[in-house]
Ligand binder design. Structure first.
Ligand SMILES: O=C(O)C1=C[C@@H](OP(=O)(O)O)[C@@H](O)[C@H](O)C1
Ligand SMILES: C=C(OP(=O)(O)O)C(=O)O
Length: 431
C-alpha cells in the first residue's frame, strides 16, 4: 500500500529502466543463437525475470556480472525439455512469444501464469500456430493458458492478423524460424518492430514492407551485444507527471523513441505539451533521446486509428493526462486495452470517477472532459484498487500527486512487474 499526496515542483533528472519488450527478446533470441549474447541495460522487472526463468528451465545458462547479462545460447535446436511447467508469471509477452518458439521444438511443454495471465486471450496465437501445423491447446478449453504445446514440424503461412499486436506478429515470426519456407504476417496497423530489428541483427532474413513482414528461416542465429534503451512506457509516467504537476521540470535520459513506440510524444505535442528531445542518437539499432519535460497548459485531442499500437501501454496515463487538459479528449480504437493485465478501460474509468474526474467509458476507449473552465480539475484522493495491474498503480501514483487529500494505492508492489524502483525515483523528484 502506498500513500500519495498533492505536490508541486517535481524537479530533477532520472534514467528509466531498460525497455521491457527489448529485454524479453534479447533473452529469447540470445538463447536460440550460437555463442554468447551480452545484454546491457536489461530490465530486471518480474516479467523479464519470468522469461529468464523459462529459458533456464530449458537448459540455457544465463548469468549476471557487473550489470551485464550473459546468455550462453545453444542454437536454434539447443533447447531441452523442461522438467516442469514453464511459469510465465504475469507476462503476456513471455507467453505469446515463447509459444511460437516452443511450437517448433521436438519436445512437449506446458505454460502457465498467474490469475491475470491465465485469463488473457491466447486464441489469437493458437489460431495462426495451428494453421502452421502446431499442436497448441488450452488445457481448460477456454482459449487461455495454461497451454499445452506439443512440438511439431511446422509449415510456413501468410497470416493476416485481425489485430495489430506485436506479440501475435512475433509469435508467428518465431514459429517461422522453424517452418519450411517463408512465413509472412500482415497486421492491420504496424505494431512495435523490435522483433524484426533484433532478429535481423542476429542474422535472420526478415523483410518488412508496410504492415507485412516476411521471415526466411535461417541456418543459425549469432549471439550479439544488446544495448537496451530506457523504456518509453516507463518514461510515460514521468512525462505526464512533469506536464500536469505545477512548476515541474524533469529530464528523462536515454529513452527509446522508436516510431512504433513513441506515439505518446505525438499525442503530447497535439495537446500542447512542452517536451524537448535532446541528444537524439541511435544506440543498438534503436533511436534514443533525452526528454526535457516542463509543466504545460494542455488541451484536449482525439487519439485513435493507427497510432494506437504505438502507445497502447501508455493509454492509462494518457487518459489521466486528458483529465488535466482543457476541453474534451476522445480515445478510441483501443479495444485491446480490455485484454491487458486488467480491463484497463473499466478500471481506469472506475478509479478516475472515484477521484472526481469526468470520464465516460466506451467500448473501445474513453471520453474525458476537464472539469473546470481553467482546466485545473478538482481531483480528490481515493483508495485505488489497481487489480494488481502495474500500469494502473503507476498511473494513480501520478494522479495522487495532483489530487486533494490522500490517494491510497493498494497492491502497489505490482509495479515491480515492469518498473522496480518506480516509487523511489518518484520520491527523489518530489524532494
Ligand atoms: O511485444 C511486446 O513486447 C508487447 C506488445 C504489446 O502487446 P500486444 O502485442 O498484445 O499489443 C504490449 O502491450 C506489451 O506490453 C508488450
Ligand atoms: C500489456 C503489458 O505487458 P504483457 O502483455 O507482456 O503482460 C504491459 O506491460 O502493459
Amino acid at each position: 500500500m502506498k500513500k500519495i499526496t498533492r505536490t508541486t515542483g517535481l524537479k530533477g533528472t532520472l534514467t528509466v529502466p531498460g525497455d521491457k519488450s527489448i529485454s524479453h527478446r534479447a533473452i529469447m533470441f540470445g538463447s536460440l543463437s550460437e555463442g554468447t549474447t551480452t545484454i546491457h541495460g536489461f530490465l530486471k522487472g518480474a516479467d523479464c525475470l519470468s522469461t529468464i526463468d523459462c529459458f533456464r528451465k530449458m537448459g540455457i545458462s544465463i548469468e549476471e556480472k557487473d550489470e551485464t547479462i550473459y546468455v550462453h545460447g545453444k542454437g536454434l535446436h539447443g533447447l531441452s525439455k523442461p522438467e516442469e511447467t514453464l511459469d510465465v508469471g504475469n507476462s503476456g509477452t513471455t507467453t505469446r512469444l515463447i509459444s511460437g518458439i516452443l511450437a517448433g521444438q521436438d519436445f512437449d511443454t506446458v505454460l502457465s501464469g498467474d490469475a491475470s495471465l491465465n485469463s488473457r486471450p491466447m486464441g489469437r496465437i493458437m489460431k495462426p500456430l495451428s494453421m502452421m501445423g502446431a499442436d497448441v491447446t488450452s488445457i481448460n478449453n477456454n482459449g487461455c493458458a495454461p497451454l499445452s504445446i506439443k512440438g511439431h514440424t511446422l509449415n510456413a503461412i501468410h497470416y493476416d492478423s485481425p489485430v495489430a499486436s506485436a506479440q501475435v506478429k512475433s509469435c508467428v515470426l518465431l514459429a517461422g524460424l522453424y517452418a519450411e519456407g517463408k512465413t509472412r504476417v500482415t497486421e492491420p496497423a504496424l505494431s512495435r518492430d523490435h522483433t524484426e530489428r533484433m532478429l535481423r541483427s542476429f542474422g535472420a532474413d526478415i523483410v518488412s514492407d508496410g504492415n507485412t513482414c516476411t521471415i526466411t528461416p535461417p541456418e543459425t542465429l549469432h549471439g550479439q551485444h544488446i544495448e537496451v534503451p530506457g523504456d518509453i512506457s516507463s518514461a510515460a509516467f514521468f512525462i505526464v507527471a512533469g506536464l500536469i504537476t505545477p512548476d515541474s521540470e524533469i529530464t528523462i535520459k536515454n529513452v527509446g523513441i522508436n516510431d512504433t513506440r513513441a506515439g505518446i510524444l505525438k499525442v503530447c505535442q497535439d495537446m500542447g505539451a512542452d517536451i524537448t528531445l535532446l541528444n537524439t542518437r541511435e544506440e543498438g539499432g534503436e533511436p534514443v533521446a533525452d526528454l526535457l519535460v516542463k509543466t504545460s497548459e494542455l488541451h484536449g485531442t482525439v487519439v485513435g486509428g493507427s497510432i494506437i499500437p504505438t502507445l497502447i501501454d501508455e493509454l492509462p496515463v494518457i487518459a489521466l493526462m486528458a483529465c488535466f487538459a482543457k476541453g474534451k479528449t476522445i480515445i478510441k480504437d483501443a479495444h485491446e486495452l480490455r485484454v491487458k493485465e486488467s480491463d484497463r478501460i473499466a478500471i481506469m474509468t472506475e478509479n478516475l470517477t472515484e477521484m472526481g474526474a469526468d470520464v465516460i467509458d466506451t467500448d473501445d476507449g474513453f471520453i474525458i472532459n476537464s472539469r473546470s473552465e481553467d482546466s485545473i480539475p478538482v481531483l480528490h484522493g481515493a483508495e485505488i484498487n489497481c487489480s494488481m495491474d502495474h500500469r494502473i498503480a503507476m498511473t494513480f501514483a501520478i494522479a495522487g500527486l495532483n489530487a486533494d487529500g490522500e490517494t491510497m494505492i493498494t497492491d502497489s508492489d505490482c509495479v515491480d512487474v515492469s518498473y522496480p524502483g518506480f516509487f523511489a525515483q518518484l520520491e527523489a523528484l518530489n524532494n
